[in-house]
Design a protein around this ligand. Structure first.
Ligand code: BEZ
Length: 247
């Protein structure tokens, strides 16, 4: 997917806010090397500096890395594909928030993480679990079908059992693999849901004529309020999987 870093920073900054809780799983150790994998615009990379001075932010999107460098000029940010990382035995911690569900080749991802970690190094990550955004995706799919289109799910939202097995197969030892509901308020009041859909389902929406796109957004806003509108804001039905694993 094409990432627009300015739009993301403005409307989806909450993603980093929720990642702050995950930071508590990163040990405090000024000498350790930390990789923030899928760092986006660098908000959590900046927070990781409180844990160690040796932090690298990596993201596959050049636009995100451009913005991250602009916002945090003192941090080392790189454009890197998580499935083809250029390091071996380099990091004590690989940290990642809200990224892995975008990656289809999980085997390659976890093998790369194993390789870049030092012995005893630690993976600390969180992303979408099974049934993440289930209601939003259902409403989107129903609306697209009325325009004779199909929504191909681009995301990977695993169960705890499935992911534990993948982590073990990559040679890592899971200390914690858990999932939980994390209802997530979207910014911008009444516009929150349509902002989200425009950003994250852009590839499904962009081939449609303008009127078709508007119809989908309006139909979703009519279909979902009982479940996802709390009276003042849209609350997305996020579910998270959290993984701590050691090499
Ligand atoms: C998530 O963080 O769970 C997510 C964000 C955008 C699209 C799909 C899932």
């Amino acid at each position: 997917m094409e990432w627009n870093a300015d739009f993301y920073e403005d409307k989806h900054g909450f993603v980093a806010d929720y990642g702050k809780d995950l930071l508590s799983h990163v040990p405090d150790n000024p000498g350790q090397a930390i990789l923030d994998l899928g760092c986006g615009t660098g908000a959590l990379t900046q927070e990781l500096l409180a844990k160690s001075a040796h932090v690298v932010g990596a993201d596959a999107s050049p636009d995100m890395v451009r913005k991250a460098r602009m916002l945090h000029p003192d941090i080392d940010f790189r454009v890197v594909d998580a499935c083809r990382m250029p390091w071996s035995n380099r990091f004590d911690v690989v940290f990642s928030n809200a990224v892995f569900h975008w990656i289809s080749d999980q085997k390659a991802l976890l093998e790369n993480i194993f390789r870049v970690l030092k012995p005893q190094g630690r993976l600390v990550c969180e992303f979408g679990a099974v049934r993440n955004i289930h209601r939003i995706q259902q409403a989107f799919q129903s609306s697209l079908s009325r325009q004779k289109r199909h929504h191909e799910n681009p995301f990977y939202f695993p169960t705890v059992e499935e992911y534990r097995k993948l982590v073990e197969q990559a040679g890592l030892h899971p200390e914690l693999v858990m999932d939980y509901d994390r209802p997530t308020p979207l910014k911008d009041g009444e516009n929150g849901l349509r902002n989200w859909v425009r950003q994250f389902f852009a590839s499904d929406l962009s081939p449609l004529p303008g009127a078709g796109r508007i119809r989908i957004l309006e139909e979703m806003e009519s279909a979902l309020p009982d479940e996802l509108w709390d009276g003042t804001q849209w609350v997305a039905d996020y579910r998270r999987i959290r993984v701590i694993a050691v090499k």
